[in-house]
Design a protein around this ligand. Structure first.
Ligand SMILES: NC(=O)C1=CN([C@@H]2O[C@H](COP(=O)(O)OP(=O)(O)OC[C@H]3O[C@@H](n4cnc5c(N)ncnc54)[C@H](O)[C@@H]3O)[C@@H](O)[C@H]2O)[C@@H](O)CC1
Ligand SMILES: Nc1ncnc2c1ncn2[C@@H]1O[C@H](COP(=O)(O)OP(=O)(O)O)[C@@H](O)[C@H]1O
Ligand SMILES: [K+]
Length: 505
């Protein structure tokens, strides 16, 4: 790997509700017709429906009381004009409340459209359009709205959501109550972060964006995150210099593997090797030395039955990965204390995972200036003294808070992993699959990130690129054979081809 290029930033911006509202206001100020944007949103919805389900004849459009419902009435009018059998079902007690939505409801009815109040069941449909709530939802849907959401989800037809799946917070990736599970969501104006992390992807289904003809630069709207995907790996993973030697690619020290969890540090070491570290040393319990060497003969393995055996290794390392299989017993605790102190003194980049994070939460202390934490939501909850549900309720806020609280780069793992340096814009990793929800996958990530640090990436770049490389390798591994039953070893096998983007296969 040669020096990373400086500009431009990889990936593309994602936004929150506040940004959407700012752009919407700027766009509305330019419109001569107050319904102009809504007309274009409804048209975009109809185009999307046609592109996905061109044969659909029976279309049920569920309209809520706000402007999202207004978009639905526009779609319904276009579908009816195209000769489809359309029924609008509106939330029982709620008529449209905004002037543009009222105008669009009236236009649909004037064109002979049928509007029914929801009375417990939806008419049979080839496609259901969810125009119940958009970004205006406040708190969990009430009882009437919940019943309608349940009816959409049990209609037995594909669901097209307009802007967001109703009930889902577009900037958080979670729902406080009932939420629509869409087949496809067409977002309007700007792409929303929350549809790509946590529960967002399961609720939104596949995603598209229609900007409604509005240039995002019309208003100076700040992004909430940057989205990185497989094509962005080349930004960080440049071809190596022809004159490279192993000393240029760093020495990784992996520490962990108490009795009973020796496989974790073995996986971390293998991942570091396959991600291009120059040298990999492992400090682990004596019982694990032989199996580790049998699996990775290129690793150096140090019998570390007590902390004194670490002498020399901590100083020699260019980056230390601490935690896989470490445990929280006396052995793990002593190694944790010694390693964090040494990394602070040197200071050496430090990647903390698994029980190193649990020990940190239980025994807080200042961390070295170049530290990366890789918590899953449960570990993140311990690090913030909260619950896993609270973390998952607002993953973007959680990753920012973790980075600030621990003054470290944080990878908040899970569907749509988020990576954040203190006071920086988070990265959203748009790769990975549920096959990776299996023991040992996090240990692989630790090794990948440590290897990228060792090869000269700064901690934020190593964490973002590492989380992306890990997820892309997971997708490559799952592409042959599927997600279920994926093993961390499959992922390690896939790392090398992904770590050399642009190279001939
Ligand atoms: N403002 C505009 O000009 C445009 C808005 N657009 C659409 O408008 C949407 C936003 O519209 P709104 O701001 O009107 O909001 P929504 O249509 O998302 O929802 C707000 C309505 O839902 C009700 N509501 C909120 N929380 C509720 C709860 N927990 N239980 C039951 N009812 C609840 C509110 O009282 C209000 O009537 C966007 O997502 C997009 O689809 C698009 O038409 C583009 C143009
Ligand atoms: N549903 C999912 N979609 C995408 N990635 C996932 C999913 N579930 C888990 N992962 C990824 O797999 C890894 C699991 O890590 P972790 O929970 O620490 O596992 P372990 O501790 O068993 O090694 C993380 O990188 C996480 O982001
Ligand atoms: K919706």
């Amino acid at each position: 790997m040669s020096a990373p290029c400086a500009t431009p930033l990889p990936g593309s911006p994602l936004y929150d509700e506040a940004a959407l509202r700012m752009l919407e206001a700027a766009a509305l100020a330019q419109e001569s017709d107050a319904t102009g944007l809504m007309q274009r949103a409804g048209q975009a919805g109809w185009r999307t429906l046609l592109a996905h389900w061109p044969q659909a004849q029976r279309i049920v459009v569920v309209c809520g009381p706000g402007n999202n419902g207004g978009d639905g009435y526009v779609l319904a009018r276009h579908a009816q004009a195209a000769g489809r059998a359309v029924v609008v079902v509106r939330l029982g007690t709620h008529a449209s409340r905004t002037a543009p939505a009222q105008a669009m409801a009236a236009a649909f009815e004037a064109a002979g459209g049928t509007v029914e109040a929801f009375a417990g069941a939806l008419p049979a449909a080839d496609v259901v359009v969810d125009a119940l709530f958009g970004i205006g939802l406040r708190q969990a849907p009430d009882a009437a709205a919940t019943a309608l959401i349940d009816a959409i989800n049990s209609a037995g037809a594909p669901v097209l959501a307009l802007d967001v799946p109703s009930g889902c917070a577009g900037d958080r990736g979670s729902a406080d109550g009932a939420a629509v599970r869409a087949t496809h969501t067409v977002q309007f104006l700007l792409p929303q972060l929350g549809l790509q992390t946590g529960d967002g992807p399961d609720l939104a289904g596949s995603l598209s964006l229609d900007t409604l003809g509005i240039d995002p630069l019309l208003a100076d709207v700040p992004p909430q995150a940057r989205r990185i995907a497989a094509a962005d790996l080349g930004h960080w993973l440049r071809p190596r210099a022809r004159n490279a030697h192993k000393g240029r690619h760093g020495r990784v020290l992996c520490i962990g593997g108490d009795h009973g969890t020796g496989g974790a540090v073995l996986l971390a070491a293998g991942a570091a090797l396959r991600s291009g570290a120059g040298l990999v040393e492992v400090a682990t319990q004596g019982a694990h030395v032989a199996p580790l060497l049998a699996r990775w003969p290129e690793a150096m393995v140090r019998r570390t039955d007590s902390v004194s055996a670490l002498a020399g290794a901590l100083e020699a390392a260019d980056v230390i990965a601490l935690g896989p299989g470490l445990g929280q017993g006396a052995w793990g605790h002593a190694l944790f204390d010694e390693t964090v102190a040494a990394a602070c003194a040197a200071p050496t980049p430090l990647v903390l995972d698994a029980d190193a994070l649990n020990l940190l939460a239980a025994h807080p202390r200042p961390l070295p200036p170049r530290t990366i934490l890789t918590p899953h939501p449960g570990e993140a909850a311990r690090l913030l003294g909260t619950t896993t549900d609270a973390i998952q309720r607002d993953r973007p806020a959680a990753v920012r808070e973790l980075a600030r609280r621990w003054n470290a780069v944080v990878v908040l793992k899970g569907a749509g992993s988020l990576v954040c340096a203190p006071d920086a814009l988070p990265w959203l990793v748009a790769a990975g699959n549920p096959g990776m929800a299996a023991g040992g996958m996090g240990d692989v990530l630790t090794g990948v990130i440590a290897a990228l640090c060792a090869q000269g990436l700064g901690v934020e770049s190593a964490a973002a690129c590492g989380a992306l490389l890990h997820a892309v390798a997971g997708d490559v591994a799952a592409s042959s054979g599927g997600a279920r039953g994926l093993s961390p070893l499959d992922l390690i096998d896939a790392l090398r081809s992904c770590a050399n983007p642009g190279a001939a296969a």
